[in-house]
Design a protein around this ligand. Sequence first.
Ligand SMILES: [Zn+2]
Length: 97
Amino acid sequence: MSEPLGPGGPGMSAASAFAGMRRVSPIVFKAGCPDCRGRFELAASALRLAIGATSRTTFYSFTCPECGSAVRKPAGERVVELLTGGGVRTLRLHSTV
Ligand SMILES: [Zn+2]
């Protein structure tokens, strides 16, 4: 009863989905709130990334959609890459020390 697959079946769509990860599908980031312990997915526009002089002053922040509290979490190199690659607004903090 199943319809025959045309040229480029599941394998093709998987490849194109992977190639299109950049822009085609909206990117969401999984986040958790330490306050209400809610877990949710946030769009890139809901997150902000602040890059400081050191990794200790580099963090990302967002407002919890469940309880509304401002959440701030440290961002490692990997997270920074993910967030910037996902189109998250990045703020560079300048230190004069
Ligand atoms: Zn919360």
